[in-house]
Design a protein around this ligand. Structure first.
Ligand code: SF4
Length: 325
């Protein structure tokens, strides 16, 4: 399988003013490389402020990176002007966190799902587009589709609204979808359903997914590869089972320890690490940017940035605890 999406050494810095005379660079993404094949899901896991959403926006070329390259289907689109990205806009789509704010409350389900077709001039007649809208609603299991066509977002449940958001993304038959916390704002009972639906649609249409989440437990079940981000950098990367069952980076260990334990027998297990408050990307620590929160920090941790290296086959970590750097 060839790579569909490739981000190479991407940096995304935002200049912000500090007082009257000074400005600083907020390093939202700081030297990240990822790749995705068709039909594959990469989960990006981390707390808010870790740079996940910014990286997703760069992958969709909604942001032009400060440095590094963005390649889609072998074409370098890093510097491509917006007016020449029409083909890419059709092939790459987004699913947003909050289905309520991402859907225009004054548009019906039919109008919402039909809008991308009109923007991309697909379907020559209204009937032809209606046919495609009905098929997209059936794909996301809003059936019978005819009953939903005339409804407005406020008439739907959170899960149904997110299904409309997915139908909007799917109707253009994209090859790549960035899903930014797609289930974090819907009720717990609908979350698994939506994630299973996305998985099903991915297999049916061979879509590559970037799944952005703070929840390492769902990332484990709904991804093929898992990358953990802290303050703009990837600190651990491997297959999901490997990362969750054998976490190497202290930050990954702390994220796993923070997952609620459903089994009462294991509820009081010993914590392996103490995390403290998230740090600001506007003022990242020197060396390993996790060192102020790390219970294993050594002297060199505040001076040298550990590179992301392969510790065992397919399992990468950026931490001075591991030999080989
Ligand atoms: Fe902790 Fe040092 Fe490893 Fe960073 S490099 S995670 S501070 S031990």
């Amino acid at each position: 399988m060839t790579e569909l999406l490739k981000l190479q050494d991407v940096r995304m810095y935002f200049r912000v003013r500090k007082g009257f005379f000074r400005s600083v660079d907020v390093k939202a993404v700081d030297g990240v490389s990822i790749s995705l094949k068709r039909g594959e899901t990469l989960a990006l896991v981390g707390e808010s402020g870790s740079g996940k959403t910014t990286l997703a926006r760069v992958s969709l070329r909604l942001l032009k990176p400060t440095s590094g390259r963005v390649l889609f289907d072998g074409k370098d689109i890093t510097e491509t002007p917006e007016k020449e990205l029409r083909w890419f806009r059709r092939r790459a789509q987004a699913i947003f966190q909050d289905p309520y704010s991402s859907l225009d409350p004054f548009m019906t389900v039919r109008q919402l799902v039909e809008e991308p077709l009109i923007l991309h001039k697909i379907g020559s007649t209204s009937d032809e587009r209606l046919e495609l809208v009905i098929r997209a609603l059936e794909d996301v299991k809003l059936t019978p589709a005819e009953e939903f066509l005339g409804k407005y977002p406020h008439m739907l449940s959170g899960g149904q609204r997110q299904r409309v958001g997915i139908a909007r993304a799917l109707i253009l038959r994209p090859e790549y979808i960035a899903a930014d916390e797609p289930v974090s704002m819907i009720d717990a009972s609908s979350r698994a359903e939506i994630l299973y639906l996305m998985r099903e649609l991915q297999e049916k249409h061979d879509i590559a997914f970037l799944y952005i989440t703070h929840d390492i437990a769902t990332a484990r079940h709904f991804s093929d590869k898992l990358a953990v981000m802290h303050l703009g950098k990837i600190v651990e990367f491997s297959e999901p089972v490997e990362v969750v069952e054998n976490p190497l980076h202290p930050y990954t260990q702390a994220l796993i320890d923070a997952v609620p334990e459903p089994d009462p027998a294991n509820r009081f297990r010993e914590r392996r690490s103490v995390m403290g408050e998230p740090l600001s990307p506007a003022n990242p620590p020197s060396g390993c940017n996790f060192h102020p929160r790390c219970p294993y920090a050594m002297e060199k941790c505040s001076k040298q940035t550990p590179p992301l290296i392969e510790i065992k086959q397919g399992h990468y970590v950026a931490c001075h605890l591991y030999p080989g750097e």
